[in-house]
Write a protein that binds this ligand. Structure first.
Ligand SMILES: NC(=O)c1ccc[n+]([C@@H]2O[C@H](COP(=O)([O-])OP(=O)(O)OC[C@H]3O[C@@H](n4cnc5c(N)ncnc54)[C@H](OP(=O)(O)O)[C@@H]3O)[C@@H](O)[C@H]2O)c1
Length: 299
């Protein structure tokens, strides 16, 4: 009998991809805060606000998932700085509700971020010291700690700069660059924030393989190479034969002066070392260049 798997945030970039990839292997219930009518009809997504205790109680009580993959989050980094209560409610209390109202032997898979680190001396291994520099990062770390302390079977996956062919997704850096260049819109991109972007399909594969291989604990997933967002944007333009002159470099400090709501501090020299997931889940991470070529075949 297939295991029952509940996905939260299934209208988001990662949640959608997980639903698509896991559908045949599990008895799956996809949930989202406000599913669109297309998602309700075509993907059977039902409504679940993870911050609403009574709804979480009734849906989990009825479905009794063996596994929960929590992709739901308030992911707007500046929004989290401004609306701290909302950020805490979704990113921390939402997970607390999932823990509290699920069966004690259910496995909880939490999606986290490189923003748990301060970005002074990345790339980081899973064992490195965490020290978030903004409120979004603080909520992601608090959620991790909550899960670690809950004495439940769990997996925590940290990704950075998630990207995919989903061009309608606000949290997809690739989509912002690609659609801006498509419209010949000039963009200023920070050249002092370094990471190793996580391709969504690789993230989904890592999560699946780690689950199948019964791994537990924290895992980092990203690409092989480390680059600034500016360099990433240039790579996108070159790979998709778009106009690189539309992209100009800007420092984080300058961007904060230019955009009034760019208020959250960012980890600068970040990135995630991936040796652990490669070893434990039999995965080979690829370069950003290679991953962009894979996306090109899909667009
Ligand atoms: N995107 C990145 O670059 C990045 C990097 C590192 C880690 N992560 C982590 O990866 C995970 C997935 O991110 P993503 O890129 O897929 O982000 P996303 O596209 O913003 O998806 C997050 C989803 O969560 C939903 N959500 C928000 N509040 C909710 C609530 N109270 N109940 C249920 N759902 C709620 C959002 O719905 P609404 O839009 O309707 O609110 C959205 O569909 C998150 O945990 C994020 O922190 C993301």
């Amino acid at each position: 009998m297939a295991k029952r798997l509940l996905i939260t945030g299934a209208e988001g970039q990662l949640g959608k991809a997980i639903q698509f990839q896991f559908a045949e292997k599990y008895e799956l219930l996809a949930t989202a805060r406000k599913p669109s009518s297309a998602a309700k009809k075509k993907r059977n997504v039902i409504s679940l606000d993870i911050a609403n205790r009574s709804t979480v109680n009734s849906i989990l009580g009825e479905f009794k998932p063996h596994i929960i993959i929590n992709c739901a989050a308030y992911t707007n980094v500046d929004g989290c700085e401004i609306q701290k209560d909302k950020a805490h409610d979704v990113n921390v209390n939402g997970l607390r509700n999932l823990i509290q109202f699920s069966e004690k032997d259910a496995c909880i898979v939490q999606i986290s971020s490189d923003y748990v680190f301060n970005g002074k001396d990345g790339p980081y291994a899973e064992t490195d010291h965490t020290f978030p520099v903004n409120y979004y990062g603080k909520t992601k770390l608090e959620a991790e700690n909550l899960l670690r302390g809950a004495q439940r079977k769990h997996l925590i996956f940290r990704g950075n700069v998630l990207f995919s062919e989903d061009l309608f997704c606000k949290s997809n850096f690739f989509a912002w660059v690609y659609t801006s260049l498509l419209k010949n819109k000039p963009i200023a991109v920070v050249d002092d924030q370094v990471s190793n972007p996580t391709l969504i399909s690789e993230f989904v594969k890592a999560i699946f393989q780690a689950m199948v291989m019964k791994c537990e604990g924290v895992f980092h997933v990203g690409s092989e190479d480390f680059l600034s967002r500016y360099e990433f944007a240039l790579n996108i333009a070159k790979n998709f034969k778009m106009d690189t002159s539309l992209i100009s470099p800007v420092s984080t400090a300058q961007l904060a002066k230019n955009i009034p709501n760019y208020v959250a501090e960012r980890p600068k020299h970040s990135g995630l070392k991936t040796t652990k997931i490669e070893k434990n889940a039999n995965l080979t991470v690829q370069s950003t260049e290679y991953n962009l070529k894979r996306l090109k075949r899909l667009l």
